[in-house]
Write a protein that binds this ligand. Structure first.
Ligand code: SF4
Ligand code: SF4
Length: 321
C-alpha cells in the first residue's frame, strides 16, 4: 500500500469506530425517549418547550430556531457541498462506514471467487499490480458470509443506539433481554443489511445513498474539481498492462474514461496506486494521477469530439526516471 492508501485506511477506520461509539459516548444521537438530539453530552433542542411554557418571547424563540436549527444545518450542508465541489465524493472514499464495508466485502469475495461481486461475469486476473497472487479459494465464502452478517449486525445495533438510549440497548443485548420491538428491529435490520452488503452494496453507493448522489451531482457541476487524470500522450504504455487500474477500482469504473462515466468515483485513488505499481516496474511515472483546475478539463470536458487544451505539466515527464 502506498502512503495515500495507508492514510485512507486510517481515516476510514477511525471514522468507522466513531460511527459505532458516537451514541454510547453521547457524542451524537437522537434520543426518541427524550425526543431531542444529544450533542457532546448536551441536549440539543430548538428551545420550543421554553416558548410553550411562556419563558421566552416569540422573538427569542425565532432566534433559537435559527441559531440552533438553521445555522448548524446550513453549516454542515455548506461545508459538505464545498468539499464535494472541490474534491468530489471524498467523504465516500475516505470516511464513509458503508464504503468501508464495501471494500472489505469486495476483497473477501475476490479471495473466494476471483470477482468483486456476485454479479461480475469474469474473474479478475490472479496476478495483482503489486505482484501478489490471489488464487480464488471457496473456503473464503465462509469468511465472507461471517463478515457480511457480522457487519450487518454491528450496523443494526449502531443504528438502534442512534435512536434509543445506548446504555439500555447494550445492557439488554448483554443480558439477552431485548424488548420485542428492539429484537424485531435488530433482526429485520440485520437481515436487510446482510442482503445489501452481499448483493447490492455497489448499487446502494451508486443510486441508493442520498449523501453519495448529492456529492456526485455537485462534483459534476465543477469542471475544475479533482478527478483521476490520465496521461493520454503516453496511452500507448497501457498496451503492456492488463487494465490493472480497472481491476483495482472498488466501484467497477474505468479510470481512464471521461468524468461523465465516473459519476460514482469515490476518490479512493486505488486506480492511481495500481498504475504506480505497474509503471514502477518500468521505472516510469504513473499514467494516472489526481488532477484539478485546468488539468482536470481533459477529463471533465472531453466528450463528443470536444478536446480541451490542458497545461503541458499536468503529468510527470516519462523520461524523468
Ligand atoms: S476510479 Fe479510481 S479513484 Fe475513482 S473509485 Fe475507482 S479506483 Fe477509486
Ligand atoms: S493507466 Fe496504468 S494501470 Fe491503467 S491500463 Fe494503463 S498502465 Fe495499466
Amino acid at each position: 500500500m502506498n502512503k495515500r492508501q495507508n492514510q485512507r485506511l486510517l481515516t476510514r477506520s477511525l471514522f468507522f469506530i466513531l460511527f459505532i461509539v458516537a451514541p454510547p459516548l453521547d457524542i451524537f444521537r437522537f434520543d426518541l425517549t427524550l425526543n431531542h438530539f444529544i450533542l457532546f453530552g448536551q441536549p440539543w433542542t430548538l428551545g420550543l418547550e421554553a416558548f410553550q411554557s411562556g419563558d421566552v418571547t416569540p422573538l427569542q424563540a425565532g432566534l433559537n430556531i435559527i441559531l440552533r436549527g438553521f445555522v448548524p444545518l446550513a453549516l454542515v450542508v455548506g461545508v459538505g457541498a464545498w468539499v464535494s465541489w472541490r474534491w468530489g465524493r471524498l467523504y465516500c472514499g475516505w470516511l464513509c462506514p458503508h464504503f468501508s464495508v464495501v471494500e472489505i466485502i469486495n476483497s473477501l469475495m475476490r479471495r473466494a471467487s476471483g470477482k468483486l461481486s456476485v454479479w461480475d461475469k469474469k474473474q479478475l486476473p490472479q496476478l495483482q499490480s503489486d505482484g501478489k497472487h490471489i488464487v480464488p479459494d471457496g473456503n473464503w465464502w465462509f469468511v465472507t458470509a461471517i463478515a457480511a452478517v457480522g457487519f450487518a449486525f454491528l450496523w443494526a445495533v449502531a443504528l438502534l443506539t442512534y435512536l434509543l438510549p445506548p446504555g439500555e440497548i447494550y445492557t439488554n443485548l448483554w443480558n439477552a433481554s431485548l424488548t420485542r420491538n428492539q429484537a424485531v428491529f435488530l433482526t429485520v435490520a440485520t437481515i436487510a443489511l446482510t442482503v445489501e452488503f452481499t448483493f447490492a452494496r455497489h448499487l446502494f453507493c451508486r443510486y441508493g445513498c442520498a449523501v453519495g448522489v448529492a456529492q456526485s451531482l455537485i462534483w459534476m457541476g465543477n469542471k475544475r474539481s479533482m478527478v483521476v487524470g490520465f496521461d493520454r500522450q503516453h496511452a500507448s504504455a497501457c498496451v503492456a498492462c492488463d487494465k490493472s487500474c480497472e481491476h483495482a477500482c472498488p466501484m467497477h469504473l474505468q479510470p481512464r474514461s471521461i468524468k461523465r462515466k465516473m459519476f460514482t468515483c469515490t476518490q479512493c485513488m486505488q486506480c492511481v496506486q495500481s498504475c504506480e505499481q505497474v509503471q514502477q516496474k518500468l521505472s516510469a511515472p504513473s499514467l494516472l494521477k489526481m488532477v484539478e483546475k485546468e488539468c482536470a478539463l481533459d477529463v471533465s470536458m472531453r466528450d463528443f469530439g470536444n478536446r480541451p487544451e490542458t497545461p503541458q505539466d499536468c503529468f510527470e515527464p516519462r523520461s524523468k526516471r
